[in-house]
Every structure is written in structure tokens, then in C-alpha cells.
Design a protein around this ligand. Structure first.
Ligand SMILES: NC(=O)c1ccc[n+]([C@@H]2O[C@H](COP(=O)([O-])OP(=O)(O)OC[C@H]3O[C@@H](n4cnc5c(N)ncnc54)[C@H](OP(=O)(O)O)[C@@H]3O)[C@@H](O)[C@H]2O)c1
Length: 248
């Protein structure tokens, strides 16, 4: 697929999926603004972007639970790139559920990282895109958000909220040329899933390819790999008493 250069912001720049998408745009001569919390790894991602052909790479270091920094992140990204065409929101954590079951604070921290933070950022960046004539906002949700269950209490709840909020923004800003893409991957082989026994684990590259295709054709909601769409539809129909027994 031939991509045209874009001004791209990545939140959670060291994410395998987020960086994978940005790499495709870097290779097309895009300018990239990376927001990550780990300096060494964010710099490594920046070097890769430059090596692939990015015309400009900016870095911003932040723990994305710190909402008081978000205004500055948005301003700095706009200044560094001279405007924004594409925002990728990729940061999240997947805690071991057993460690959350009796720890409400840890559960709330997961909601901060996976729900409040991406929702705040997507709304802020949607406003920037609206004000500058439009662009694409890509939010990494998950098939897990389609059904709450005991194996992923906070993670599934956060992804459900992210998907719902993205749907609201999509409708609200559609007339202003703001394209909001919700991505619902099933399990993908990345650091997030390392050591986990999850079904139908997909490879990173085909998932990244499907997301880039969806960005380019301005899709609104994708499941990736595609077969998660019918599986998720079936999961949504399962009676709650059956879902209560699911261990995943
Ligand atoms: N992999 C899957 O199976 C899968 C399935 C469905 C949905 N997704 C979603 O896809 C997105 C990308 O996942 P991935 O597989 O690429 O995961 P990943 O490689 O583990 O990346 C997760 C990223 O989130 C960052 N992050 C976590 N907490 C942060 C914080 N407080 N501040 C800043 N950055 C923070 C991590 O930064 P550090 O490098 O500093 O830790 C890392 O860059 C996530 O939203 C995930 O929920 C993934």
C-alpha cells in the first residue's frame, strides 16, 4: 500500500502496535511525534523512525496517567509538527487479574491508564483536529471491551468505555472532517501478551497492516483479525450466567 506522508502523533510510543503503525508512516516520509514514558526505549523507537525515512521525529516523555501534562503534550505536538493529520492512542496495561481482585487501588490505576487517560487525550486531540480542518484519530480499544467478565475486570471495563466514548466523538465531529477509528484487536503477539495463554494469538505485522488499511479507507470500527467480529457478536449474545463462568 502506498502511503502519503502525514504528521503523526503516537501516544504510548513504545507500544508494539502503536510503533508498528507509525513505522509504516515513517517509511512514507512522515513527521512523527512520539510520547512515551521510558526515555531509552522511546529514543530507540525514534531512531527506528528516522532510519525508516521519517523527515522529522520529536519526543515527549510523560507518564500518561498525569493528566495535568496533557495540555502541554497537545501544544508541543502541534508546534513540533506544524499541525496534525493522524493521532494514534496506543498506551495501556494488561495486569494479571489475580493481582487486582483484592486491590481496588490497583484496579483504579488500571482504569486511569486504560480509560481516563486515552479518553481525555482522544477528546483533546479531536478538538485540535476539528480546529485545523480535520484528520484521523485512531484509538486502540479491544475485543475485550465487548463483554465484561471476571478474567479482565478493569481492562474490559476500560476498553468498553473507550469504545463508547470514541463512538460519541466520531458522531460529534464527523461533520468537521474528523475521522475516528476504533480498533478492536483480539490477542496479538506483543510484550503485553507475553507469557499469557490467550486464544487465537495473531502476529503483529498482519494486525498493523489491517489497521493502516483501515486508517487509509477511513473505516470506523475494525476487529483485527477480522474473525473476532463474529466471535464478539456471539459473546455479546451469551447469557450473563454463562459469562459469569468464563475464566478468560
Ligand atoms: N497485544 C494485544 O493482544 C492487544 C489486544 C487488544 C488490544 N490491545 C491494545 O493495543 C494497544 C497497544 O498494545 P500493545 O500490544 O502494543 O502493548 P505493549 O507493546 O505492551 O505497549 C503498551 C504501551 O503502553 C505504554 N504505557 C503503559 N502505561 C503507560 C503510562 N502510564 N504512561 C505512558 N505509557 C504507558 C507502555 O509503555 P512502557 O514501554 O513504558 O511500558 C507501552 O508502550 C493497547 O491499548 C492494548 O490494550 C492489545
Amino acid at each position: 500500500m502506498t502511503l502519503s506522508p502525514k504528521r503523526v502523533v503516537v501516544l504510548g510510543a513504545t507500544s508494539a502496535i502503536g510503533a508498528g503503525i507509525a513505522e509504516r508512516y515513517a517509511a512514507a516520509g512522515s513527521s512523527i511525534f512520539l510520547v512515551g514514558r521510558n526515555e531509552q526505549r522511546t529514543r530507540q523507537v525514534a531512531e527506528t523512525m528516522t532510519m525508516l525515512g521519517a523527515t522529522k521525529v520529536g519526543i515527549y516523555l510523560a507518564d500518561l496517567r498525569a493528566r495535568d501534562q496533557f495540555g502541554d503534550i497537545v501544544r508541543t505536538a502541534v508546534e513540533a509538527l506544524g499541525g496534525i493529520d493522524l493521532v494514534i492512542i496506543a498506551h495501556a496495561v494488561l495486569p494479571v487479574q489475580a493481582e487486582l481482585d483484592y486491590d481496588v487501588d490497583a484496579s483504579m490505576d488500571t482504569l486511569m491508564t486504560n480509560m481516563m487517560s486515552p479518553i481525555d487525550l482522544m477528546h483533546r486531540f479531536a478538538l485540535v483536529l476539528e480546529g485545523s480542518g480535520g484528520g484521523s484519530l485512531v484509538v486502540l480499544s479491544s475485543v475485550a471491551g465487548d463483554r465484561g467478565r471476571k478474567g479482565m475486570t478493569a481492562y474490559a471495563a476500560a476498553k468498553a468505555a473507550v469504545s463508547a466514548y470514541a463512538a460519541g466523538l466520531r458522531g460529534r465531529f464527523a461533520d468537521h472532517n474528523v475521522h475516528v477509528l476504533t480498533v478492536k484487536p483480539g490477542p496479538v503477539r506483543t510484550p503485553m501478551t507475553e507469557g499469557r495463554a490467550l486464544p487465537f494469538m495473531a502476529g503483529l505485522e498482519p494486525v498493523v497492516t489491517s489497521i493502516v488499511r483501515a486508517i487509509e479507507r477511513k473505516a470506523v470500527v475494525i476487529y483485527t483479525p477480522w474473525f473476532w467480529r463474529p466471535i464478539a457478536a456471539a459473546l455479546r449474545l451469551l447469557p450473563e450466567r454463562v459469562v459469569m463462568k468464563l475464566s478468560l
